[in-house]
Design a protein around this ligand. Structure first.
Ligand code: G1P
Length: 281
């Protein structure tokens, strides 16, 4: 029987982060800190909160720091043991103790769809979430994170779900964009999806952001997907097949999202987290 429990989350982290050069020359972009925590840790914490404790990374060359971050550093533990700085390690210790981490490599950079397909052995035959760590999502005070919101919806509807956000018309070309029939507050049934359309071709201004829940049949759909926009295998195209044959939902989530793949978004996120998260702890 196919196991429909959702407890896994995949992080495609093989990208180069060229927009942040020279900072990302010898360091993965996912390790850039927002205040005092690397971007990827925010994503793993969001998954953990949503009950997703099996974490898979699709990595590439030069990404070893991510594996080291989610492993125990005995030297450091020894040095910090009993000192006043121990509390600084609390958040990462919790993740290390309560999650399983697994790694695989994407040998060729052939797009997000291909990256997700490379994680097939880690995710197996279960539904799973995908987090693009560049998209930092911060819940409103007291609210739950985006993945926790999406997992609840998955348990109700049992189909793939993408997180969406309204963006200005002149920014649709940066995103996968959906068309959908409204079902209830903030929830749409997807009828069309286009990867990085021009303003003229965009079916709406509802842009996909880096949070997905995917049912495992997505892997066959990706395999059958030809390279699309920019010559890359696009998850958006594979999802459209699922939408046409069954159902894909799009969910306008609660909370803030920062595009930390851009310098402006990164600085905005840093200021916001410093004021509204870091100083409040
Ligand atoms: C990817 C997806 C795109 C999505 C975006 C969200 O694009 O292909 O559909 O809207 O992530 O961040 P990328 O930003 O990797 O080019």
């Amino acid at each position: 029987m196919v196991d429909k429990t959702i407890n896994k989350c995949l992080f495609p982290v093989a990208g180069y982060g060229t927009r942040f050069l020279p900072a990302t020359k010898a360091m993965p972009k996912e390790m850039l800190p927002i205040v005092n925590k690397p971007l990827v840790q925010y994503g793993v914490e969001e998954a953990h909160e949503a009950g997703l404790h099996t974490v898979g990374f699709v990595t590439g060359r030069g990404k070893r720091a991510i594996a080291d971050h989610f492993d125990i550093s005995y030297e450091l533990e020894h040095q910090i043991d009993g000192s006043g700085k121990e509390h600084l390690l609390e958040s990462i210790r919790t993740l290390i103790n309560e999650n399983d981490f697994a790694f695989t490599r994407q040998n060729h950079m052939m797009g997000l769809g291909h990256a997700i397909l490379s994680g097939r052995n880690l995710m197996g035959d279960n539904p799973f979430a995908v987090v693009l760590a560049d998209d930092l999502c911060v819940p409103e005070p007291g609210d739950e994170g985006v993945l926790a919101q999406m997992v609840k919806l998955y348990k109700q509807f049992r189909c793939s779900i993408v997180a969406i956000q309204e963006v200005p018309e002149d920014e649709v070309h940066k995103y996968g964009v959906i068309a959908g029939e409204p079902m209830k507050d903030g929830l749409y049934r997807v009828t069309d999806m286009v990867e990085k359309p021009s303003k003229e071709d965009a079916p709406s201004n509802l842009a996909i952001i880096g949070r997905y829940i995917l049912t495992p049949d997505i892997f066959e759909k990706i395999e059958a997907t030809e390279p699309g926009k920019n010559g890359e295998v696009q998850i958006t195209d594979a999802l459209l097949k699922q939408a046409n044959e069954g159902c894909v939902l799009a969910y306008k989530f609660r909370g803030k999202r920062f595009d930390c793949g851009s310098i402006d978004g990164f600085v905005e996120a840093t200021n916001y987290v410093y004021e509204h998260v870091f100083k409040q702890d």
